[in-house]
Design a protein around this ligand. Structure first.
Ligand code: WQD
Length: 345
């Protein structure tokens, strides 16, 4: 029975589809292509030599969603789809609340209608409040500090309420730390539209000459070298975590897990590791802190290790290696070499 992957042509979604197909699952993807392109499907097919069923569309379109559940005997849903830019969410909070919350509510209602009661939800470490001691356990206090993070926290609570009212459901909430890296083949990876917000795609675009230098947002944090510390996790490790979460979803219940490595690296650590891989210096300048950034954030991954039988395998060097290989194979990004739906006019 197929797995429905909402947002399956996105960065983490596409890598998860590869792992699902390679492990014998049938996969149905629903994606509105607002932040990806149809080429991702071809990359998934060529990497796995398997076919994948794709519907271009939106979780807000209830008729289409019902048609998908009518056409396929969906076993479980991995729910990635949603808007995910912190900065954008501050500029346009209503759009984030209406899209992220209403699409999830639509999905829940149609799943109930078709008696599909297993959901893996793509959440984020951004739901943890800033004053928690490190490392972060799943029981740490929760308080998002931007509308994007608040949509993740509200959805977690919506799903928990739904479970408490319907204990026949299985929910597995996965809180991602900082996903970076790319498929080991170099044929698929992160490809943000426009100027990257996140550190690694920015560094790779500096290394390939698309951007002049890296802006480091603050070197006066209370961290070993003054720059922000994060728990970077290889996107393939993250994708494999979803396979384990699917196994867990065979049990009814409401489960929450951190998907991180348990190690924190500073911006300078990442720059140093990346320079080793690409063989060139990464020019940078120090700017003021970025609003909303926390000094340090890294996971206690023990619960996922114990209950999902999952732990991250790749270290920072492999994450940098794979990010660089992908960037070299994909120098111009989708914007230049792929047709976006919106570009079709
Ligand atoms: C990492 C570090 C920056 C860019 C965000 C979201 C989070 C999740 C992952 C969705 C920080 C520094 C960055 C740059 C820099 N996304 N930095 N110059 O902010 O930890 O997490 O992405 O779920 O929800 O909040 O990731 O990669 O933006 O920043 O100095 O150009 O790199 O200050 O210390 P972040 P990031």
């Amino acid at each position: 029975m197929p797995i429905l992957v909402t947002g399956g042509t996105g960065y983490i979604g596409s890598h998860t589809c590869v792992e699902l197909l390679e492990n014998g699952h049938d996969v149905v993807v629903l994606d509105n292509l607002s932040n990806s392109s149809l080429d991702v499907l071809n990359r998934i097919r060529s990497l796995t030599n398997k076919d994948i069923t794709f519907y271009e569309g939106d979780l807000l379109d209830r008729d289409q969603l019902e048609a998908i559940f009518n056409a396929h005997q969906i076993d479980a849903v991995i729910h990635f789809a949603g808007l995910k830019s912190v900065g954008e969410s501050v500029q346009d909070p209503n759009r984030y609340y209406s899209i992220n919350l209403n699409s999830t509510l639509n999905l829940l209602q149609v799943m109930d209608q078709f008696h599909v009661r297993k959901m893996i939800f793509s959440s984020s470490a951004t739901v943890y409040s800033e004053d928690n001691p490190m490392p972060l356990s799943e029981s740490a206090s929760l308080q998002a500090i931007n509308p994007y993070g608040r949509t993740k926290l509200i959805i977690e609570q919506m799903l928990k309420d739904h479970y408490q009212a319907n204990p026949a459901w299985s929910f597995v909430i996965l809180r991602y730390f900082n996903p970076i890296g790319a498929h080991l083949s170099g044929e698929m990876g992160e490809d943000p539209r426009g100027r990257p917000n996140n550190l690694m795609p920015y560094i790779t675009q500096v290394a390939i000459g698309k951007l002049p230098e890296l802006n480091i947002f603050g070197n006066d944090y209370p961290t070993p070298d003054g720059t922000g510390v994060r728990d970077y996790i290889h996107v393939v490790d993250l994708a494999k975590g979803h396979l384990q979460a699917l196994e867990k979803a065979k049990e009814t219940g409401f489960f929450t897990y951190n998907l991180g490595t348990g190690k924190g690296y500073s911006v300078f650590d990442v720059i140093e590791a990346f320079e080793k891989v690409c063989g060139q210096k990464i020019p940078y300048r120090i700017l003021n802190r970025r609003q909303g950034d926390v000094p340090a954030c890294w996971a206690n991954p023990e619960k996922a290790k114990k209950e999902l039988y999952w732990e991250a395998k790749f270290g920072l060097d492999e994450m940098c290696r794979d990010s660089w290989l992908w960037q070299m194979r994909n120098p111009n990004g989708y914007e230049k070499t792929h047709t976006f739906v919106s570009d079709k006019g």
